[in-house]
Design a protein around this ligand. Structure first.
Ligand code: HDD
Length: 709
């Protein structure tokens, strides 16, 4: 290298340039080299060899051909070329965090699972949230189910509770899973739509699969567009078994309840958030954990026996059904706290492998045919995704308890059994042995019957709980379901599919079917779809199924966006920040430029967003706080008018100062309803935050003129 004219290593040709704390040197061709500080580690190849120049490949002459002996270039490109692993076939886009599970009390009477034996004991956990349909790079606010996969590193091995934010599933038997997923993913001939269920193939499959009706009501509800991972429930979906030390079994369903309560966004907001910040959910979790506001969920269990199961018309083995919380109260048994982001996204979040088959002694499967199929699929998929059978050697997947077995070799083996014996029984007295008492024992259920491909008659009711879900929603939520269906089916090209869906919905709620038909321009309602058994219209509404009937405990964890300009009232800003701090909520400032503002008292204030990059959809409520001159500056700006108009249409609470009047006029937003709070004095900030605890001023939605038909 030193032979090259003006070589980058030739000190005399280098000119030191300092950018902030980095010292940079310019090389022969103008390229920049970072100068090592006294503590900077030496860059090496993967083999550990020190590297002298990471900017220039080895060539014959400065402009000559590259040399194949350049092992550094070849190794660097080789590794780069192999950076991607297959993305998950479903749930490809996800975001994970570390934390712990803390047991509230001993559950020894129902389960011998070690994790549930001692009150106050904390067990490490890793959680990955996900969307289902979209690819790894898709946007966070797709209308979709959210995955809620929890790995708890118990002293008896890893327990994976691989759930969703919806307590039921589309299909009853795992044999239909590939069809479901093929139907919802992009259509194979055209390769679109991406990350969306609004297309013919999905609705074709759904309309031909009546068992999906319950789940489809959930997916069309606001549950499918959560405000953040922190504000959604999680469900284990299936009926599992707890088994105690006496080998007695109790059926159990698992539910995660968010401490901050549930919250969703509107579809119109979701669409805009996807553009403004496709990583909205990721950023939210990252910011919350980095700021020490650790998200928390309570684990609840619904426990029941066979006699209780038999009291229902439906089958507790059917994953398209739930047990209403009003009929069987979920018992809180512990809490999950997420308090640390992974050091590296790929190493942990991408490589984590969840498997429903991972259960410790004391937790067992039921005969739910969906669960049984999953127990095969998850192990199998890890081979493809992680490249071999040794994926448990990756730290995120390895148990944190002692483990010993005779499995060995294979791709990427990091550890093998030590010593001479890699089998048992052996005469050397080496290696691990079974533990007949402490080891995993399946519940000795008495199973018999003819070998056959049959769907039980007890799985035949596809509409009653779909109807129950719908009538359990508030009118606002019901109208969102109808609008979501109008959007989705509006994208469906084949009229027959739209009609088929209406015929199913006539079994769920006639008014819903009729309104939707109207929105889709269907003049004559089709015949009602034939049901395999009578639809129960006497099921009581279950308020627990509604988000809005279960308001959050407060405005904590939420975010207000304040639109500010030079001259904004410093006292009001300070009061607003203090009121939000007291509530555990945050304030972010949006200004014409990201360079900051000078407030009314002459102080310089940093802002978080330039107006063009900080639309109001990113916030739970907004405060419009410009000075009079600032309002005049903002008034002609489309982004400022959108900021207000969207906040208004999305039923957000809006705090405002008198000086902002001109801006409201220009945006066509009438200040009037009770969702507005005038900020005149410091005390008004507290009133605004108190009002925000309702999250949205839904009365406004009903008052808004309907969209043109
Ligand atoms: Fe699944 C991933 C949840 C049915 C096959 N599933 C996956 C993930 C979640 C769920 C949260 C992402 C895990 C992660 O973050 O890595 N899946 C569910 C729920 C279901 C369900 C709640 C119904 C109750 N899944 C289901 C069936 C099958 C699969 C019936 C196959 C028979 N699921 C898979 C999979 C995935 C997966 C293909 C893709 C990546 C992975 O497993 O690790 O095996």
């Amino acid at each position: 290298m030193s032979k090259l004219p003006k070589a980058s290593g030739a000190k005399e040709s280098l000119r030191a340039v300092t950018i902030e704390d980095q010292t940079l040197e310019r090389g022969s061709g103008g390229e920049l080299h970072q100068v090592a500080g006294p503590d900077t580690p030496v860059m090496t190849t993967a083999q550990g060899g020190p590297i002298s120049d990471d900017q220039n490949s080895l060539k014959v002459g400065a402009r000559g051909p590259a040399l194949i002996e350049d092992f550094h270039l070849r190794e660097k490109l080789f590794h780069f070329d192999h950076e991607r692993i297959p993305e998950r076939v479903v749930h490809a886009r996800g975001y994970g965090a570390h934390g712990f599970f803390e047991t509230y009390k001993s559950l020894a009477d129902v389960t011998c699972a070690d994790v549930f034996q001692r009150a106050g004991e904390k067990t490490p956990a890793f959680v990955r949230f996900s969307t289902v349909v979209g690819a790894r790079g898709s946007a966070d606010l797709a209308r979709d189910v959210r995955g809620f996969a929890v790995k708890i590193y118990t002293k008896q091995g890893n327990w994976d509770l691989v759930g969703n934010n919806i307590p039921v599933f589309f299909i009853q038997d795992a044999i239909k899973f590939p069809d479901l997923v093929h139907a919802v993913k992009e259509e194979p001939d055209r390769g679109f739509p991406q990350a969306a269920s609004a297309h013919d193939n999905f609705w074709d499959f759904i309309s031909l699969t009546p068992e999906s009706m319950h789940m489809i009501m959930w997916v069309m509800s606001d549950r499918a567009i959560p405000r953040s991972f922190r504000f959604m429930e999680g469900f284990g979906v299936h009926t599992f078994r707890f088994v105690n030390a006496e080998n007695q079994s109790t059926f159990v369903k698992f539910l995660w309840k968010p401490k901050l309560g549930m919250q969703s966004v509107l579809w119109n907001e979701a669409v805009k958030i996807n553009g403004a910040d496709p990583d909205f959910h990721r950023r939210d979790l990252w910011n919350a954990i980095q700021s020490g506001a650790f998200p928390e969920w309570e684990l609840c269990v619904q426990l029941f026996d066979q006699a209780f199961a038999d009291s229902f018309d439906f089958d507790v083995l059917d994953p398209t059904k739930l047990i209403p919380e009003e009929l069987l109260k979920p018992i809180p048994v512990g809490r999950l706290v997420l308090d640390r982001m992974p050091d590296n996204f790929f190493v942990e979040t991408e490589q984590v492998a969840f498997m429903t088959q991972n259960v410790p002694p004391g937790i067992d499967f039921s005969n739910d045919p969906l669960l049984q199929g999953r127990n095969f699929s998850y192990l199998d998929t890890q081979l493809k995704r992680l490249g071999g059978p040794n994926f448990t050697h990756i730290p995120i997947n390895a148990p944190k308890c002692p483990f010993h077995h005779f499995q060995q070799d294979g791709h990427m083996a990091m550890r093998n059994p030590v010593g001479r014996a890699n089998y048992q029984p052996n005469s050397w007295g080496l290696g691990p042995r079974e533990a007949p008492d402490a080891g995993y024992r399946s519940f000795s259920a008495d199973e018999q019957g003819p070998k056959a491909r049959l769907r039980p008659v007890s799985f035949a009711d596809h509409y009653s709980q779909a109807r129950q879900f719908y009538i359990s929603q508030t009118p606002v939520e019901q109208s969102h379901i109808c609008d979501a269906m109008a959007f989705e089916l509006g994208k469906v090209e084949a009229p027959a599919i739209r009609l088929r869906m209406i015929s199913h919905l006539l079994n769920v709620d006639v008014a819903l079917a009729a309104t939707l038909a109207d929105k889709l321009g269907i003049a004559t309602l089709p015949a009602v779809a034939e049901a395999a058994c009578a639809v129960r219209t006497d099921l009581e509404p279950s308020p627990a199924l509604s988000i809005l009937s279960n308001p959050p405990p407060g405005f904590g964890g939420r975010k207000v966006g304040a639109l500010v300009t030079n001259g904004s009232d410093a006292i009001l800003l300070k009061a607003l920040r203090a009121a939000l701090d007291a509530e555990g909520a945050t304030l972010e400032l949006v200004a014409p430029t990201v360079g900051g503002i000078v407030a009314s008292d002459g102080s310089s204030i940093e802002v978080h967003h330039a107006l063009v990059a900080g639309p109001s959809v990113l916030f739970d409520a907004v405060a419009i706080l410009p000075s009079a001159e600032g309002a005049a500056l903002l008034a002609p700006m489309p982004a400022a008018r959108d900021f207000l108009a969207d906040a208004f249409t999305h039923c957000k609470f809006i705090a405002h100062v008198k000086a902002a009047g001109m801006l409201f006029d220009k945006a066509g937003v009438p200040i009037g309803d009770d969702g507005f709070v005038a900020l005149r004095a410091k005390a008004d900030a507290g009133e605004f935050v108190a009002r925000c605890r309702a999250m949205r001023f839904w009365e406004r939605e009903a008052a808004l003129p309907p969209p043109p038909s």
